[in-house]
Ligand binder design. Structure first.
Ligand SMILES: NC(=O)c1ccc[n+]([C@@H]2O[C@H](COP(=O)([O-])OP(=O)(O)OC[C@H]3O[C@@H](n4cnc5c(N)ncnc54)[C@H](OP(=O)(O)O)[C@@H]3O)[C@@H](O)[C@H]2O)c1
Length: 248
């Protein structure tokens, strides 16, 4: 994998990647989303994201998890893609131990309806007990069932308020938030301006059809970002954007 911008670097190693993707340990939290999309903007092929990635993309994804205090995922992505088990591997754990981090970041699932199976791998195979981020109005019975396998946290009344969700995670010491989607979750975060960092893998492929974009939601909201770097691996571009400072 090579870096193309800001200055060219050939054959980058993992330590270089980890330094370029480092997240600040900001007390109020730092929120990164990581996505893969086709050049025509599709976030899925036949309902899944896996067909868009390649080895370079997976390499960076695993390094991003290594840097995170928590991996935040929308319930829709959990229902479609699964999740669970070891997300970072033995090397990842060793690296985290050497850098004073917890052995493995928990997965935090965002859900309003709590339509989640307590026997799903994200809960039963979790290396670190999972977190469910929901609302005060969530169904009490589902909440009780999930509380047996995860820590259930409220962040909002009728829907999850992204700012409150980040605050609730920060109160648990989880300030470096890596979200792996999906589009509804990113849509709500970008609408709330609760997004600091976007890592987008641009796959050298067209999809067409009606696949969703990486951010969807009820309203449009211009969330400007600045390009931090561009990497290239096997024809796939890895773009990192960070939030632009407020105008004026
Ligand atoms: N290209 C990529 O990198 C990528 C990454 C991730 C996922 N995906 C794809 O995206 C598709 C899933 O899309 P999606 O939009 O359904 O995924 P999603 O954003 O993961 O899940 C949406 C669900 O998350 C919950 N949710 C999200 N934001 C919420 C909020 N502010 N308040 C309350 N609940 C909230 C709701 O769950 P409840 O319904 O339980 O209330 C909602 O139905 C899958 O096909 C997956 O493969 C692609």
């Amino acid at each position: 994998m090579d870096r193309l911008f800001p200055s060219p670097v050939a054959d980058v190693d993992d330590e270089q990647l980890l330094s370029w993707y480092a997240m600040p340990e900001r007390p109020e939290g730092w929120v990164r989303f990581n996505f893969v999309a086709s050049v025509d903007g599709a976030a899925t092929v036949q309902g899944r994201s896996g067909g868009l990635g390649n080895a370079a993309d997976f390499r960076v994804l695993h390094l991003l998890r290594r840097l995170a205090d928590v991996v935040l995922v929308g319930a829709g992505t959990i229902r479609v893609e699964g999740y669970g088990g070891d997300l970072i591997g033995r090397d990842g754990r060793a690296w985290r131990a050497a850098h004073g981090l917890s052995p493995h970041p928990p997965v935090a699932v965002v859900s309003g309806r709590l339509d989640l199976d307590p026997d799903a791998a994200v809960f039963t195979d979790a290396v670190t007990r999972a977190i469910v981020v929901t609302t005060e109005q969530a169904d009490a019975e589902r909440r009780r069932a999930l509380a047996r396998v995860a820590d259930v946290v409220d962040a909002g009344e009728a829907s999850v308020d992204p700012v409150a969700a980040v605050r609730a995670l920060a109160e648990r010491g989880l300030v470096r938030v890596l979200s792996e989607g999906g589009p509804t979750l990113l849509g709500s975060f970008q609408q709330a301006d609760a997004l600091d960092d976007l890592c987008l893998s641009l796959s050298p492929a067209l999809v067409g059809g009606t696949a969703p974009r990486i951010a969807v939601g009820a309203g449009e909201h211009l969330h400007r970002m600045e390009l931090a770097h561009v990497l290239e691996g096997e024809g796939l571009l890895l773009l990192r954007y960070v939030a632009a400072p407020p105008a004026g």
